[in-house]
Design a protein around this ligand. Structure first.
Ligand code: CMC
Length: 436
């Protein structure tokens, strides 16, 4: 199936070769270096003899392996830089709406005013979900975790769009990218309402995406709910900050599952499942539970002792890529105070600030280069906005949908990509007979 049609590996200036000597054979090899990487397959030529499969690389958890060429998101973890398509996150958040940011991530450029209007209308028109989905919701217990429900609804929505399996067709891909971006807030709101025993609130086309989301969560007929513009804007900023983050665990899941040419709903459900974990998007929930457990400023020393002893992690701290301040955390911290102007202060911010102050001055954290990440302050805002803790990872997944889909689309257009299939080092028993 000719899915991959767009990009070739670009030539970069500064390419050079490594010379590698194999002491077993005395042979020298030239290993080309491009973009600061050696192709792992180039090592395959380093063989001791005819039967030798050749050298491979071993990199558990992909700590030093690039899995793709991407043109979407750039991170400089040492300098705390995050850019979507070259635009700094600090400039996008607050000036560009989430929907325009999603367009940027997907298409490479910000939309013109006309494109923006059409795009917003296209998304709004697709925000409703087909009838069987609310009935599917009824099958879940009210205390089921909202993220588990969200993942199931996503996969369930795929069952209603079998035509989305035609992933080789760019027009089909484009249609279901729209449908998924539009459906994500609706499914998230459904997961929330189910947990509260409330009926589903249908989407409204006359509201912005964040206002519509707030209305589907907290509004409904006779509620008199009207999204506050400050909170609508804060929601939009949070969505922009979470839209993409290059090759993290959930995006790798999206690319990995999508590489088998699964439909985008199944791939997105897999990505959401990866996001659920407390080391990834579930950290925002874990932070709030941690702050609850600490309880007050007085509870901090005992908690920090347990972190120093290696018994606990300070959730919302540390990152595989950021080895200085996560730029998203800085913006979120600022946004929290804008939200508090409307909602009143969430007292947990004081515990979080004190934890940050202590951690940034402590050898344990300094030595390991652990700083607050995106999840450290986001939960405090979500709680102030009235969302229950279990919904926090879902709130992360809603905007990340745009990043997952952009990365998925890029992967399917990349001629170099094939089904993801890592190697292993087999150290189990050698062949032996089954005991009689
Ligand atoms: N609290 C205490 N110690 C930590 C923490 C933490 N939050 N994070 C890392 N460490 C220590 C870890 O114990 C290890 O110490 P040692 O070298 O003595 O064994 C060292 O720092 C390196 O940690 P690692 O687990 O090898 O680092 P990693 O790159 O594999 O993990 C991480 C990155 C984000 C999973 C990790 O920092 C962590 O678990 N943080 C808490 C969970 C969290 O906030 N996750 C959200 C990440 S940002 C949102 C997103 O994923 O998109």
């Amino acid at each position: 199936m000719p899915v991959n049609t767009e990009s070739d590996t670009p030539e970069l200036p500064g390419s050079f070769s490594l010379r590698v000597s194999d002491p077993r054979t005395g042979h020298d090899y030239e290993l080309p270096v491009e973009h600061g990487t050696v192709r792992a397959t180039a090592l395959g030529q380093v063989r001791a003899g005819e039967d030798d499969p050749g050298l491979a690389t071993y990199d558990p958890a992909f700590k030093n392996t690039a899995n793709c060429i991407s043109r979407i998101t750039y991170i400089d973890g040492d300098r705390g830089i995050l850019e979507y398509r070259g635009y700094p996150i600090e400039e996008l958040a607050g000036t560009t709406s989430y929907l325009d940011t999603a367009w940027l991530i997907l298409n490479g450029e910000l939309p013109t005013p006309d494109e923006s209007r059409v795009w917003a209308a296209e998304i709004a028109a697709r925000a409703g979900v087909p009838d069987p989905l609310p009935r599917m919701l009824e099958g879940f217990r009210a205390d089921g975790h909202p993220m588990a429900i969200f993942i199931a609804l996503l996969a369930g929505l795929g069952a209603m769009h079998p035509e989305s399996k035609a992933v080789a067709d760019p027009a089909v891909r484009a249609e279901h990218v729209r449908r998924l971006i539009a459906a994500a807030p609706t499914l998230a709101a459904m997961a929330y309402r189910h947990g509260r025993g409330l009926s589903v609130v249908p989407p409204r086309e006359d509201l912005s995406l964040p206002a519509n989301f707030l209305n589907m969560v907290f509004g409904g007929e006779g509620s008199g709910y009207k999204p506050d513009p400050v909170l609508e804007r804060a929601m939009d900023v949070l969505f922009v900050l979470h839209a993409d983050h290059e090759q993290n665990c959930s995006t790798s899941a999206m690319r990995g599952v999508g590489s088998s040419h699964a439909d985008p709903y199944s791939s997105a459900a897999a990505a959401a499942a990866a996001l659920y974990g407390p080391l990834h998007g579930g950290a925002n929930e874990a932070v709030l539970r941690m702050l609850d457990e600490i309880g007050s400023i007085e509870g901090i020393p005992a908690f920090m002792d347990s972190v120093r002893r290696g018994e606990r992690r300070l959730m919302g701290f540390g990152h595989r890529v950021y080895k200085s301040y996560d730029p998203r955390a800085r913006i979120i911290k600022r946004t929290a105070y804008e939200v508090f102007e409307v909602t009143g202060k969430n007292p947990k911010i004081d515990i979080a600030l004190e934890l940050e102050r202590i951690a940034l001055g402590e050898e344990y954290f300094v030595k390991r280069r652990l700083y607050p990440n995106v999840d450290f302050y986001s939960g405090i805002i979500y709680e102030a906005l009235g969302f229950p803790v279990g919904l926090f990872p879902v709130l992360f997944a809603v905007p990340r949908m745009s990043g997952w889909l952009a990365q998925w689309d890029e992967m399917l257009g990349d001629r170099e990509q094939k089904i993801a299939r890592p190697k292993q080092i087999y150290l189990g028993p050698a062949k032996r007979p089954v005991p009689a």
